[in-house]
Design a protein around this ligand. Structure first.
Ligand SMILES: Nc1ncnc2c1ncn2[C@@H]1O[C@H](COP(=O)(O)OP(=O)(O)OP(=O)(O)O)[C@@H](O)[C@H]1O
Ligand SMILES: Nc1nc2c(ncn2[C@@H]2O[C@H](COP(=O)(O)O)[C@@H](O)[C@H]2O)c(=O)[nH]1
Length: 210
């Protein structure tokens, strides 16, 4: 079975990547989002194992020591990471996988898997980014201020990514993400089983092929 494609999606906090990725995986078959581990506190409404695997720092550091992370980083003073097993299981099943991670994690993934497709999502403006962080209603003022400060350093890594998508109008940004996933599938140099079997049939029936 051919392997799926790994997509990296990064953005400053509040730009809308979780909302876009949620809609993307609902709109396309054969693509899943990898559930990260984090040491940050659970927000109201978040579910362990769905939004994140919520862990304490000792557990997270034990996983680091055992080499269980594909990538991990400290973001806003908390650990966040993708378990190697979680991402690989999806890829081995022939499904595409999306990692919603920061620029530090994206670098680690590219080093190990240069064929990964990376997408950076930009907000239309800094004021709109701040408005979205506030309107989400999940974080206190000090946390929003910290995320706004770190947004500039996150965005300064935009040029390490293969594609940029501006999340101004949500539907337009979603369509651009859908196009990137679909065009990657069509351009995939690894032949799918369906294509291989069709070609084998077509070529075996062609008279006079040398
Ligand atoms: N195009 C858009 N226009 C207006 N609001 C949007 C748009 N996209 C997302 N939002 C809203 O912005 C807020 C932040 O979105 P979201 O939580 O998806 O951001 P995020 O990039 O995943 O943040 P984090 O990295 O902190 O998880 C949400 O309330 C979401 O509904
Ligand atoms: N390197 C990684 N970064 C991650 C991962 N999961 C999330 N993130 C980054 O954290 C921020 C904040 O997320 P929040 O849920 O607290 O709002 C987010 O913007 C991502 O950039 C991960 O597995 N690895």
């Amino acid at each position: 079975m051919s392997q799926g494609t790994l997509f990296i999606v990064s953005a400053p906090s509040g730009a809308g990547k979780t909302s876009l990725v949620r809609e993307l995986i609902e709109s396309l078959d054969g693509i899943q989002v990898s559930v990260s581990h984090t040491t940050r506190a659970k927000r109201e409404g978040e579910v362990d194992g769905v939004n994140y695997h919520f862990t304490d720092a000792a557990t997270f550091e034990g996983m680091i020591a055992r080499g269980e992370f594909f990538e991990y980083a400290k973001v806003f003073d908390n650990y966040y990471g993708t378990s190697r097993k979680a991402a690989q299981t999806v890829l081995d099943a022939g499904q595409d996988v999306i990692l919603e991670i920061d620029w530090q994690g994206a670098r680690q993934v590219r080093e190990q898997m240069p064929e990964a497709v990376s997408i950076f999502i930009l907000p239309p403006s800094r004021s709109e980014l701040e408005r979205r962080l506030a309107s989400r209603g999940t974080d206190e003022h000090a946390i929003i201020a910290r995320r706004m400060r770190d947004a500039i350093s996150e965005m300064s890594h935009y040029d390490e990514y293969d594609y940029l998508v501006v999340n101004d109008d949500f539907t337009t940004a979603l369509q651009e993400l859908q196009s990137l996933v679909i065009s990657r599938r069509l351009a995939c140099p690894l032949m799918s089983e369906r294509h291989a079997s069709l070609l084998a049939t077509l070529l075996s029936q062609a008279p006079g092929v040398e």
